[in-house]
Ligand binder design. Structure first.
Ligand SMILES: [Zn+2]
Length: 415
C-alpha cells in the first residue's frame, strides 16, 4: 500500500492551556473534530524536546540533554577565555551586548575552523567558557546527529524517502520577534516550494515561544500572539495540503507550555565564590542550576549555598532517572537544582533579555503540558485510544504512518 505524506508541524510553546475558542479558534475547532491529546514533555529546554520528538527516546538514551555540555578545558570556544576581562564590566546589559556582538562576528569564524555548524556564546561567563561546548556538532536534521539512535529524518534517508524542513526562525533577526502572520507568509512560500514528492514535511513555528518569553503569558499582547499564531498555523497547514495533496496526514505538536514568571532569581553570587572555574563549575539555565565539583570542600560549600536559597530542590538520581535524564557521564551535570514554577533565573547563561514567562520546570506541572493534534485517517486510527501522550510517543507513530516499521535499526527499538 502506498503510504501517505505526513506533515509534522512543531509549534514551539503551544501549551494546552492556551487553546480555547477565543484565543485559538482554528485549533479549538480542530480539537472538537479531531483528536487533541495532552502531551508530557521531557525535563529540559526546546532543543531536547526536539531531540526526543525526532528520536522517540529519552535524553539519557540518546546522550543529549542541554545544548551545552561541560568537558573541562576542551571547548572550541577556548580562545574566547582570553577575553575573560569582559566578565568584570559592571553592567550586565553591556556585557550581554558585547557577547552578542562577538557571537555574530568571531564565533562564526571559530565555528568554521573547528568544524561546528555554529558556536553560540550566549551569556556564558568567558572565564569558564573553555569548559563549555555545544553538545551537538551539527544540526539535528543532518545525518545521524545522535550516532546509533536514528532520527525520523535518518529513517527517511534509510528508506530513500524525501523529507523537507521549513523553519520560521531562519529568516534573520528582523523576523525573530515578528508576529506569526508575517513569518507565516515566508514559511508558506517555502512550503509551496518543497519537492512535491516529500514523504515527511517538518515545519517549525517559533513565535509563541519567543513572544511568550518577551511579553509574558498574562499580558493582553499575548492573546494577540495566540490569535495570530492560530491563523498562521491554519495558513501553513493549507499551504502544505496545497503542495502535498489532500491526503496529507497532519500532526500538529508542541514541545511544552509556559509558566508566568513571578520573580527573577539572581544566582550570580555562585559565580563569585572562591574556586569558581577551578574547584567547581556552575551552569545557570533559566530554571535549573547545574553543578560540577572538583574538590570535596567545594562540593560541601556550594551545595549548601544553593540549598539555602530555597528556590527549588536538588533532583535525586532516582528522580533524574524517572525523568529520563540520568546520564552515565557528567557532561551535563553532577547535580541538578530545579526551581519551582513562578521563579526564573536571571541573569542566566542563555537569555539576552529578561523572559517574562518560562518553561523547563518539572513536567508534572499542568502548565508545562504540550499538545498533539492528529488529523488524517491513519494518524487518527493510530492514536484514537491514547488518552495522554508522551513526547517520545510521536516518532513511533510517524514511523508507522510512513511505513518505516521494518527498520534495520530494530536493535535500537525501545523494549
Ligand atoms: Zn522558550
Amino acid at each position: 500500500m502506498k503510504t501517505k505524506p505526513v506533515l509534522l508541524f512543531l509549534v514551539d510553546a503551544l501549551g494546552i492551556d492556551f487553546i480555547n475558542h477565543q484565543n485559538m479558534p482554528y485549533l479549538s475547532d480542530l480539537a472538537k473534530n479531531h483528536a487533541l491529546k495532552p502531551m508530557t514533555p521531557v525535563l529540559g529546554y526546546s532543543d531536547v524536546q526536539r531531540a526526543s520528538l525526532f528520536t522517540g527516546r529519552y535524553p539519557q538514551d540518546i546522550g543529549y540533554w542541554t545544548d551545552f555540555r561541560m568537558i573541562p578545558n576542551s571547548s572550541p570556544l577556548k580562545p574566547f577565555s582570553r577575553l575573560s576581562f569582559l566578565d568584570y564590566i559592571p553592567s550586565d546589559f553591556i556585557r550581554r551586548v558585547i557577547k552578542y556582538f562577538l557571537a555574530k562576528t568571531l564565533s562564526p569564524i571559530q565555528a568554521r575552523m573547528t568544524g561546528y555548524d555554529e558556536l553560540p556564546l550566549y551569556n556564558i561567563p568567558l572565564r569558564v567558557i573553555q569548559h563549555f561546548q555545544p553538545s551537538l556538532k551539527k544540526s539535528m536534521f543532518d545525518k545521524e546527529p545522535f550516532q546509533s539512535i536514528p532520527t525520523i529524518f535518518d529513517l527517511c534517508r534509510q528508506h530513500e524517502q524525501e523529507f523537507a524542513v521549513v523553519r520560521s526562525d531562519v529568516f534573520g533577526l528582523r523576523h525573530m520577534f515578528s508576529k506569526a502572520s508575517s513569518v507565516a507568509k515566508l514559511v508558506s512560500k517555502e512550503v509551496l516550494k518543497v519537492n512535491p514528492n516529500v514523504k515527511l514535511l517538518y515545519v517549525y513555528l517559533h513565535t509563541i515561544d519567543m513572544l511568550g518569553h518577551r511579553y509574558g503569558i498574562r499580558s493582553n499582547k499575548f492573546k494577540d500572539v495566540l490569535l495570530d499564531a492560530d491563523q498562521a498555523i491554519k495558513t501553513i497547514v493549507e499551504a502544505a495540503r496545497e503542495r502535498l495533496g489532500q491526503s496529507l496526514e497532519v500532526a500538529i505538536v508542541s514541545d511544552h507550555g509556559m509558566n508566568h514568571t513571578q520573580e527573577f532569581i539572581d544566582y550570580t553570587y555562585l559565580l563569585k565564590q572562591p574556586g569558581f572555574g577551578k574547584d567547581y563549575i556552575v551552569a545557570l539555565d533559566s530554571t535549573m542550576v547545574r553543578l560540577w565539583y572538583f574538590t570535596e570542600s567545594a562540593k560541601h560549600r556550594i551545595h549548601s549555598l544553593v540549598e539555602e536559597s530555597q528556590h527549588g530542590t536538588f533532583l535525586t538520581p532516582k528522580e533524574l532517572s524517572q525523568l529520563g535524564v540520568h546520564f552515565t557521564n557528567s557532561d551535563y551535570y553532577q547535580e541538578v537544582y530545579l526551581l519551582r514554577p513562578g521563579l526564573s533565573i536571571f541573569p542566566n547563561y542563555h537569555s539576552y533579555l529578561k523572559p517574562l514567562a518560562m518553561h523547563a520546570y518539572h513536567p508534572k506541572f499542568k502548565d508545562q503540558t504540550a499538545v498533539a493534534f492528529f488529523i488524517g485517517p491513519e494518524l487518527e486510527r493510530l492514536t484514537e485510544r491514547a488518552q495522554k501522550l508522551n513526547i517520545i510517543d510521536i516518532m513511533p507513530i510517524l514511523k508507522k504512518v510512513l511505513g518505516f516499521n521494518k527498520s534495520t535499526y530494530a536493535n535500537h527499538q525501545q523494549s
